[in-house]
Write a protein of this length. Structure first.
Length: 737
């Protein structure tokens, strides 16, 4: 998410990701417990609260204007994905009559009712923020979004030409009558429902016009003031700047020319609508001879999933809505009436405008001091790592001059014999893949585990897998029934004393683009124990090894949860013995009931527990007798808080890695947490958490009733500091030492 709560799509049709969604398996009820039955917050409600925090950033007038537009786009994309995955799963469970309830005791139907009520309210807030706040502010800054009625005659004339040259040829109006069945409506497409009739006739007919996705959604037109009798006024009114850009939604242009799509007919009205469909993939891996081909077939079916949401204009004709609901097989619960524009993910186009004064100040990542070039030459990473570990913190520390350069040096070094790496997501023009291809072509042993089931990146990862195979890399797809989500790289190098292993274990993907937007940690090390662990782990991933014990790693699903629970229990024992203790977690999501119950018991023993959760949190803090010592905060901002850090104070242990405290991570994914051994690195992580949990830092605080409260000001209404801004300043100071 975002901060960039989620990253800007690389292609117009791609959606920003929240990174918090998982498919709906049959829920596992909590183990019988003497703890209160109402101790869990509903995870779907908590996710909606997360997206509400994203929306709050768009509503905040202190946020730069185009950043506000960006957060509106991210909110829209997040909600799309939520419906495509989570709501779709609940509806499927409701339809099949599964009686399993969520951890907080709700049936699928009850959860869907809760979601519908909350999502409708959020959608209304989203629309109001855009229509009443952001659009007028953009106009004041010289950026107009206008409807057809607000355009001047000369602007309309130019758009007439644009329509005939660029739009009309690609439109296909589809009639609906006994000879023409209701057309298939693809997921997330914008469509105009049009009512027409014969001149002088009385019977209305329906047609559908799809808004093309290969034409810009916001069409720019030369700027001119609106006529005095128009619906809008000159953008300079009220002290704004002279207009610099004017945009008209594509659907407005099409709606204004419907008479040319239906010549000889009378156009009665038209209304915009949009359908969200189930996009969850179901691939039976144990029955598929070729996982690659099976996944490709399932991707082709994705767009034919059942409808899970219908968005319509708030003033849609009642008969039209009834017909759409009938044909799309949705109920009133799935209908969302929207004021203003549908699908505000289109606002990414505005974010691309060259208006730096309306955005966050540009920031250039610094190179980690241990990896700084000398005399214009990049340091020898292998020499640096032999001297000690390097802990990098992105995006404050450059990914390009750390992790990427490490892999590129390994690929080019003749002494390197092998490179083994996991790839969950990477960029469209990936220098990481280029380096692996070059290494294979140079004769090195290159093993790449490509997770082709990474949600919404399946097609891209299939392409990478085939390219790597063509270059001579050994490409594997992991273990049946498990996604490989760990972020690991192992380099084997021939040196004087024999073979030495160099490693990277991180919290984020090997993606240089998102590494500039996501907050992540990565450990570069030549520690022999970590190298031995990664060797064992890759043997599990590529062969038939059943390794379950590791030295410096916690690996899921084998024993990560058990390892975490053991350490939480150890903190409780330390508290009982009067010893120093404490638990601090920084995660994207905290949902796993066993982990939450262990934290409750630790709190009951007197252990201070602090949780920094970006997204979903099912734990209730501050409940008397249960979680009085538990505090939960959330920080959202310019960058997406993505790193996972676990601190256990009684033994001074810090772990970083890829796993959230969720069922999917602990039970259905290959995940890895690595123990941070260097005392200086542990000190840096401790300071980072100290700052994040400080009362002087702005953020959201979770109350025991599940309500999130935003804290932005302190004593005497002084603005609290921005955690990410402080980390940027610290990185600059560190880089200039």
């Amino acid at each position: 998410m975002s901060e960039l709560v989620a990253t800007r799509p690389e292609q117009p049709q791609r959606k920003a990701r929240s990174g918090l969604l998982e498919p709906l398996e049959a829920p596992r009820p909590p183990e019988p417990s003497d703890l209160p039955a109402d101790r869990f917050i509903n995870r779907e409600a908590s996710w909606l609260d997360f997206n509400a925090r994203v929306l709050a950033l768009a509503e905040d007038v202190a946020t730069p204007l185009l950043e506000r537009a960006k957060f509106l786009a991210i909110f829209a994309s997040n909600l799309d994905e939520f419906y495509m995955v989570r709501v779709a799963g609940l509806m499927r469970r409701e339809a099949t009559g599964l009686a399993m309830r969520s951890a907080d005791g709700l049936s699928p139907r009850e959860q869907l009712a809760l979601i519908s009520q909350a999502a409708v309210a959020l959608t209304e807030r989203h629309s109001r923020c855009f229509t009443d706040e952001v659009v007028p502010s953009l106009a004041h800054a010289g950026i107009s979004i206008r409807f057809w009625s607000q355009l001047s005659d000369s602007q309309r004339e130019r758009l007439h030409d644009y329509f005939h040259e660029q739009i009309f040829p690609v439109l296909t109006p589809l009639a609906v009558d006994p000879a023409h069945p209701f057309p298939y409506i693809s997921g997330l497409s914008l469509n105009l429902a049009v009512q027409v009739r014969e001149p002088g006739g009385e019977d209305d007919r329906f047609a559908r016009v799809k808004v093309p996705q290969n034409v810009p959604r916001l069409v720019q037109v030369d700027v001119e003031p609106v006529d005095d009798d128009g619906a809008g006024q000159d953008d300079r009114a009220g002290g704004g700047v002279a207009p610099s850009a004017c945009f008209v939604p594509l659907e407005e242009i099409i709606a204004a020319h419907l008479d040319q799509l239906f010549p000889g007919m009378e156009v009665i009205n038209s209304h915009l609508f949009r359908v969200t469909r189930n996009a969850d993939l179901e691939v039976e891996e144990d029955e598929a001879e070729d996982l690659l081909q099976a996944l490709e077939r399932e991707l082709a079916r994705r767009r034919f999933g059942p409808a899970v949401r219908l968005e319509v204009d708030d003033d849609i004709d009642a008969d039209l809505l009834v017909m759409l609901m009938r044909e799309l097989e949705v109920t009133e619960r799935e209908v969302h009436r929207v004021t203003g524009m549908l699908d505000l993910s289109a606002l990414w186009a505005l974010y691309g405008l060259d208006r730096p004064e309306l955005k966050d100040a540009p920031r250039v990542p610094v190179t980690h001091p241990r990896l700084t070039a000398e005399d214009g030459e990049a340091p020898d990473f292998f020499s640096v790592l032999r001297e000690g570990d390097v802990l990098v913190h992105h995006p404050y520390d450059s990914f390009t001059t750390s992790v990427q350069r490490f892999i590129e040096q390994a690929a080019a070094d003749p002494a390197v014999l092998a490179i083994k790496q996991t790839l969950y997501r990477t960029s469209g023009d990936s220098p990481i893949v280029d380096a692996l291809v070059a290494a294979a072509e140079a004769g090195k042993q290159v093993v790449v585990l490509v997770e082709i089931k990474a949600r919404f990146d399946e097609s891209a990862n299939i392409r990478w897998a085939r390219e790597l195979e063509r270059a001579g890399c050994h490409v594997v797809y992991g273990l049946i029934g498990l996604k490989t989500h760990c972020k690991t790289c192992l380099v084997v190098r021939q040196e004087r004393g024999g073979l030495r292993r160099y490693c990277h274990v991180g919290t984020g993907n090997y993606n240089p683009k998102t590494a500039r937007l996501y907050e992540d940690l990565g450990l570069l090390t030549a520690d022999p124990e970590v190298g031995a662990d990664l060797t064992d782990l890759f043997n599990v991933l590529t062969g038939y090894s059943r390794q379950t014990e590791y030295r410096s790693l916690l690996v899921a699903p084998q024993h990560m949860r058990d390892g975490i629970l053991e350490r939480i229990s150890a903190e409780a024992r330390a508290a009982a013995e009067g010893k120093p203790c404490g638990i601090r977690l920084k995660v994207n999501s905290l949902v796993d009931e066993q982990v939450i119950d262990a934290l409750y018991r630790a709190s009951m023993a007197g252990v201070p527990v602090h949780c920094l959760v970006r997204g979903i949190c099912a734990l209730r803090p501050g409940v008397p007798g249960l979680s009085e010592t538990v505090h939960v905060r959330s920080i959202l901002g310019r960058f997406l808080e993505h790193s996972r850090v676990l601190e256990f104070a009684s033994v001074d242990e810090f772990w970083i890695g890829s796993a959230d405290m969720m069922h999917r991570n602990l039970d259905r994914r290959i995940e890895a947490l690595v123990r941070v051994g260097n005392p200086q690195d542990r000190g840096g992580l401790r300071q980072m958490l100290d700052d994040a949990f400080s009362d002087e830092v702005s953020g959201w605080v979770l109350h025991s009733d599940g309500r999130w409260e935003r804290h932005t000001t302190g004593a005497e209404d002084a603005r609290l500091s921005d955690h990410q801004h402080e980390l940027m300043a610290q990185a600059v100071r560190r880089g200039h030492r």
